[in-house]
Design a protein around this ligand. Sequence first.
Ligand code: AGP
Length: 617
Amino acid sequence: MCGIVAAVGSDDVLPILLDGLKRLEYRGYDSAGVALVEAPGRLRRAREVGKVAALERRLSTAPLKGLTGVAHTRWATHGQPSQDNAHPHVSGRIAVVHNGIIENHHALKRELIAEGYTFTSDTDTEVVAHLIERELHRHGDLLGAVDAAVARLEGAYALGVIDADRPGRVIGARHGSPLVVGIGEEGYYLGSDPLALLSVTDRFLYLEDGDLVEATRTGCVVHEWDERGGKRSPAVREPMRYEHDDPSVGKDEFAHYMLKEIYEQPVAVANALEGRLGSDQVLIEAFGPRAGQLLGDTRQIHLVACGTSYHAGLVARYWIEELAGIPCQVEVASEYRYRDVVAPPGTLLLTLSQSGETADTLAALRHARARQGQTYVGALSICNVPGSSLVRESDLSLMTHAGPEIGVASTKAFTTQLTALMLLALALRQLHGGDGELTARLVHRLRYLPTLLGDALKLDADIARLAQRFSGYRHTLFLGRGAQMPIAQEGALKLKEISYIHAEAYAAGELKHGPLALIDASMPVVALAPMDGLLDKLKSNLQEVRARGGRLLVFADPESGLEAADGMTVVNVPACCRFLAPLVYTLPLQLLAYHVAVARSTDVDQPRNLAKSVTVE
Ligand code: AGP
């Protein structure tokens, strides 16, 4: 998704802007650009299609220099990736970078064209540049002009704006798309993500929806919108320290961030468990002061998320219903937000998100919030990014402590979400009268989970070999039953997003109701076979595949009784209890997707068309 960096400093800010853009590359983008005020009245910009490296090459032959600037990585929504559509967009003396979508841009464009403005791009953003320019003539001041312009915008935006005639100042605005202010020694900065600014600061102000910020070299003032008073007033936003390591330290010995993050999972899961396990139960107080009451009052759960986070939610439904006896409904956020949801009294809204900035998930939270007094007991988020919008807008948050995830394909964020969800299921069990023996057994097993995940990673070399064979296929079917069904879905998602091989997941029992028609020697089938009450049923489903000449790759418990045979490859996964099997079986599927993608020479960390944090609808 698009990335913003803006800076006002005491020295040339171009290196800071370019470094910020490189740090935002992981979000996914297709073009990049920068604009600087080189001297009062002299605004210059450079834009390139493709990677930030292309922009850097151009700047090395035609350098820009200035103390005030804005920069952007664009992920195309309106208008194809091209130099004209790349940001910053300029109108007269101002330059604008924008994340989000301006929904009423057609109407605004007509209005501006009628007033004589000329458009040079197909973007929705260009209307923002012209609107601000128009308002600048009326107000004479950039802050007032941005304020008047954003009042006309419908949709979502984070903006960075500079004025060539008044350098030394950057204006930011936030409504529905994230924006932070970085507080540095040598200046003030804006970023759509704190990661963009870690080379200059680890102190941030997290702007709230409706905020405008005016940053200079020595300070910043945030102006919030007072709905009741219908005017702006200065607001206090407490600085927060960024707690994670700086991920730009690199990939270490790994070829890709994704592989590094796959290997980080034993430690990440250990971090997610840290301080949350007692000797034979989960420490609910470690979830936060209100957790006991909120979870105790919960009668059912609406679990809402997107993509990989949604798959984590589907696994959690099995755990929460079996371990705590609490009904749990799981739904993709883009549907939930537009549905007339029936939430009976005592409903907990549980949102899951790695980034905490996914537009659909945030909208679902707000949709539920609007009805909170009547039916919801509250909103709990499980999230990886402290200070994110989702965390700030929830009553309670359980952080996953995965550390920054750079690869677009989610790996450690998923397994740490599952870990947090298992802790939640056990906490609900404790509060809702489940017997303590199973709880104690699972708490004990959770302590060994990081070791178990380390053992699963030892399959890497075997899977890399199998992946060579796999990389030639065009379609794949993934099968699982029970809580492994969502893991099959996650395996299919991983494969398609980074290798571009079409992959579908089915509950194995559904095979005979349709997808069996697809099975032949050109359709490999990946199946998950842990030791659980459904193993025999799954074996029958696998026979249905073999009888039709299908090629099976089965990840199985060593005691499953499944053995390699003609058309069937079996990979033994470390033995584990059925409750933790979803976590353990995830790792071989991640490795499979990774090695297939490498064999197909795709861009593993930044797959085509995808963005890390989907901040638009
Ligand atoms: C997963 O590999 C994807 N990149 C994607 O499905 C992602 O999980 C989804 O966009 C949700 O993101 P979130 O967890 O940050 O809300």
